[in-house]
Design a protein around this ligand. Sequence first.
Ligand code: DAH
Length: 358
Amino acid sequence: MNELDTLIESARTAFAAAAQPADLENAKAQFLGKAGRVTELMRGMAALPVEEKKSRGAAINLAKQAIETALVERRQALADAELAVQLQAEALDVTLPGRRREPGGLHPVSRTLERIEAIFSSMGFDVADGPEIESDWYSFTSLNNPPNHPARSMQDTFYVDLRGEDGIPYNLRPHTSPMQVRYAHQHIKRHAAAFEAAAADPTGNVKAPEIRVIAPGRTYRVDSDATHSPMFHQCEGLWLGENVSFKDLKVVFTDFCRTFFESDDLVLRFRPSFFPFTEPSAEIDIQFQSGPLAGRWLEVAGSGQVHPNVVRHMGLDPERYIGFAFGMGPDRLTMLRYGVNDLRLFFDGDLRFLSQFQ
Ligand code: DAH
């Protein structure tokens, strides 16, 4: 191996040993820099005779080119390696499953409430909303259930640490029935002129405006088992007018149940019962004629003709205003509609259960 080949070889070795770009530039200076070995060889030519200069110069130039090529290659190799390290560090694992955004949906009980509202709206009922923290007067007394009346023990109520003007604590409403009197008060205020005109007309020719409303919402009782939850839903209904009878209750509620369950041969039974705010009172049972529940009587609502004392508390004349009320359980309707046998499932918030209704 001649002297120039040895030089090329040692340049290659030095470049290969450079692990970083800065090391490589230092190695380059040793061979190609101003005081580098190639430059030295060039200078050494000055002493040669002219005829040798030519061939020696060409040979040195070839060696220089070979060294430059080795340098460029090593630079590229270092840059490639650096890029590879960077890519490795920033690598995305595209084989991971993506995070999908699942479509949301309504809770099954919300679906029932929407259904109830749609059906009663189509029958001309207003839909009203009211407070869940209620005064003793609205929850009980206005509904003909005064303090110390034994009928109060029908409901095991939650009380809150706040007393009303009567000194009695507010309660978490145990039913939606207070909405009967609340809504009547609001409605009479809103249509004051019409109610006053009817009240002031001794002939009875000026018709009394009707009150026709449902009030769905949350209710609370100290109660918890497979069919009772401390928080549950009710939907109150009220229709008062000059001529609204128990027969209308039967028609309206039968219509509602058949529409709700999409079953024309559904049979209803009105079973005598007691509620302080109605007289007479009835529990409403339904019976499916087909399907898994066929033949069984299932209780779905309490109902009755609104008690005169309740009409009085609304600020209306019970001689003129007559009608019916009912209170039903949307949770129970949901259980019946979907064949669910444990009410608590609805309120556990387990998506494996809830997503089945979408
Ligand atoms: N409030 C009653 C309850 O929670 C249900 C009820 C019965 C409501 C008869 C009514 C009614 O409006 O007329 O048990």
